[in-house]
Structure formats: structure tokens, C-alpha cells
Design a protein around this ligand. Structure first.
Ligand code: DAH
Length: 346
């Protein structure tokens, strides 16, 4: 303790200010502290303004001490401010920390529909045998869908296809891709033709596990000189082996279609049971995969080819049906259900 009360007052003032500074924990409190202890109305500043009223001999001592206190408080303020800044920076670094070594989050990727995947395989197999892809319309005329394919009006074979008709007479949604045969022949005649025609078809049917009102077919057509049934067999056997595996056995069963003569259906040996008979092949050991035949002379003629000179073979298959066989899908309705749990599997 000093005998000079002003000195004691300054000491107490410094102690209290430094004590309070320890409690300061943010920028706002720091500013308040500065105003309280170093501001114009702070007790310390009043000591300075009262210096002149002190006895002359005390002035240097008190003045010097007041300056020391002021410097001490200013230094403490600077130190605290720096500490607060460092703390704030540290907090920001902690809370905004990015771990760049964490594995990234993969965006969900879309994928091709199973029908599209099958179509691409089929297109590739036929492309390797020299077949082009020909796209044909989905809205057809009665003439192309039926008549020119050797099914005149009232022909009983029309019962094979339950048709969606439009309100325009003679305009309908194609029930199969076969009308594309006429389009491509009329465009190419008398040049040889080797094409496949994929696309959507429509049938006015009860929707069930086995049939949809909307589905895809792939039509196959080859027209030229000296095309024989052997070409049909060779081409379709090659196709079946490339799609179902080299070991796949096939057989042709006689059948009937108005636009082919002779007509057949091709079966592939059941790849689930190896021909022994199971639920997939319904005990027969065989799975039907397509209809086919030699293009009927009337159809060749309607396409612009002289049946005395030209011949051809054709085939038609259901894309969803083949996809179901390849992946053992048991219900055709999955193809249009848009259920990602189904689609994600391919
Ligand atoms: N168009 C027939 C259908 O939808 C399938 C078909 C059979 C197409 C024999 C052909 C063929 O080209 O030759 O059932």
C-alpha cells in the first residue's frame, strides 16, 4: 500500500479491470469492457483529468502510475482480443471442417430398361449377319396391318389379333411389326432386303401375367433371289445360339400364319432344366421363342417383288417374352410397372 490514496485507487482500479477482463468471452463484451475501463468516462481517465488539482509534488508519481495502468490495460485488451480471434478461428475450423478423404456420395445412376438391353443384343447379333434396323410406324392402316399381309377383311385369321381401332376408319394401332415388311419391301424393291424391324405393338387384350396391351416385337425379313428355308433355319439357329448360348438346341414346329407359307414356330431347349421338363417350360422341355416362315407369294407381290423370281423368309418375336425367358421374369406386367426394385436388377 502507498500513502498516496490516488496511487492506491489506481492499483485497485487495475486489479478490478484485469479481473473483469478474464470474464470477457466475446467481441461485444470486450468492447463494453474497453468503454468501461479505457473510455472517456472511465475512472482511470478521470484520474488523468484530476491530475491538475493534485499537490504539485504528487503529480509526477500519480501521473506516471496512471500511465502504467493505462498501458497495462491496453496491453491486456490487445492480448484478450487476440485470444478471442484465435478461439473464433479455431471454432470455425472445427465446425466447418471438410474431410476430403471421405468417399464421395455417388449420384443415383439411371440404367437401360431390360427390354432395351435385350433389343440391343438382338440388334447386334443380326447386324453381324448383315441385317439393318428399319423403323416402321406404330399407327397403321388396316391395309398394311392385315390386307397386304394376306388377310382380307373378314378373314378369320384376323381373330388372332384383338385390335385397337381409332375413330378414323381404317386406321389402327399395329398389332404386330409385320406391316413393316410391306413398307420396307415397297421402299427397296427390286433390291434385296435384309432387315430387322423392332417396335411397339398394341393389342386389345385382358392384361395378365402373360399378356400386356402394349409390348415390343422384333420382325426379321430377308428377301432376294434363291432364299430358301435353309437360310431361314441357318439364320434363326445362329441367332438363337448367340442369344441363349452355343449349347442351345432348337427345333421348328409347323404352324400357321397367313403371311408365310410354310410357317413354323421355333423353340429353344429349356435352359432352366436342360430339356428335362420344369415349371418354366411347363414340363415340355422346350420354350417357344418366335414365329417364322417363307414369305407368302401374295405378300411378296404386295411388296413389289415378283414371286417367280424372288423369295424370302420372315420371323417375328416378342421382346418382353424373350427377356422374361432370359432373366426368368414371371410376370410381363413388371415391364411397365416402373418399379425401381425391378429395374435396378438389370
Ligand atoms: N406377326 C406375328 C405375330 O404377331 C409373328 C410372326 C410370325 C411374324 C411369323 C413373322 C412370321 O414375320 O413370319 O404373332
Amino acid at each position: 500500500m502507498s500513502e498516496i490514496p490516488e496511487i492506491n485507487e489506481l492499483d485497485a482500479l487495475q486489479t478490478r479491470a484485469l479481473e473483469e477482463l478474464k470474464m470477457v468471452s466475446d467481441e461485444a463484451a470486450l468492447q463494453a469492457w474497453r468503454v468501461a475501463h479505457l473510455g472517456r468516462n472511465a475512472p482511470l481517465m478521470q484520474v488523468f483529468s484530476r491530475l491538475g488539482q493534485l499537490p504539485k509534488e504528487l503529480r509526477p508519481q500519480v501521473g506516471q502510475r496512471a500511465n502504467q495502468v493505462k498501458q497495462a490495460l491496453e496491453a491486456a485488451l490487445e492480448e484478450r482480443a487476440a485470444a478471442l480471434r484465435a478461439e473464433a478461428l479455431h471454432r470455425a475450423l472445427e465446425s466447418e471442417r471438410l474431410d476430403v478423404t471421405l468417399p464421395g456420395r455417388r449420384p443415383e445412376q439411371g440404367r437401360l430398361h431390360p427390354t432395351t438391353r435385350t433389343l440391343r443384343r438382338i440388334v447386334r447379333i443380326f447386324a453381324e449377319m448383315g441385317f439393318q434396323v428399319y423403323r416402321s410406324r406404330e399407327v397403321e392402316s388396316d391395309a398394311y396391318n392385315f390386307e397386304l399381309l394376306n388377310m382380307p377383311a373378314h378373314h378369320p385369321a384376323r381373330d388372332l389379333w384383338d385390335t385397337f381401332y381409332t375413330t378414323i376408319p381404317g386406321v389402327l394401332l399395329r398389332t404386330h411389326t409385320s406391316p413393316g415388311q410391306i413398307h420396307v419391301m415397297r421402299e427397296r424393291a427390286p433390291e434385296p432386303v435384309r432387315v430387322i424391324l423392332p417396335g411397339m405393338c398394341y393389342r386389345y387384350e385382358q392384361i395378365s401375367a402373360r399378356s400386356e396391351i402394349q409390348f415390343n416385337q422384333v420382325e426379321v425379313l430377308a428377301v432376294g433371289r434363291n432364299i430358301t428355308f435353309s437360310d431361314l433355319k441357318g439364320t434363326l439357329n445362329t441367332f438363337a445360339r448367340r442369344l441363349f448360348g452355343e449349347q442351345a438346341r432348337t427345333r421348328l414346329r409347323p404352324s400357321y400364319f397367313p403371311f408365310t407359307e410354310p410357317s413354323a414356330e421355333m423353340d429353344v431347349e429349356c435352359f432352366v432344366c436342360g430339356g428335362k421338363g420344369c415349371t418354366v417350360c411347363k414340363g415340355s422341355g422346350w420354350l417357344e421363342i418366335l414365329g417364322c416362315g417363307m414369305v407368302h407369294p401374295t405378300v411378296l407381290q404386295n411388296g413389289g417383288y415378283d414371286p417367280q423370281v424372288f423369295s424370302g423368309f420372315a420371323a417375328g418375336m416378342g421382346l418382353e417374352r424373350i427377356t422374361m425367358l432370359l432373366h426368368r421374369i414371371e410376370d410381363i406386367r413388371y415391364f411397365w410397372a416402373n418399379d425401381v426394385r425391378f429395374l435396378n436388377q438389370f
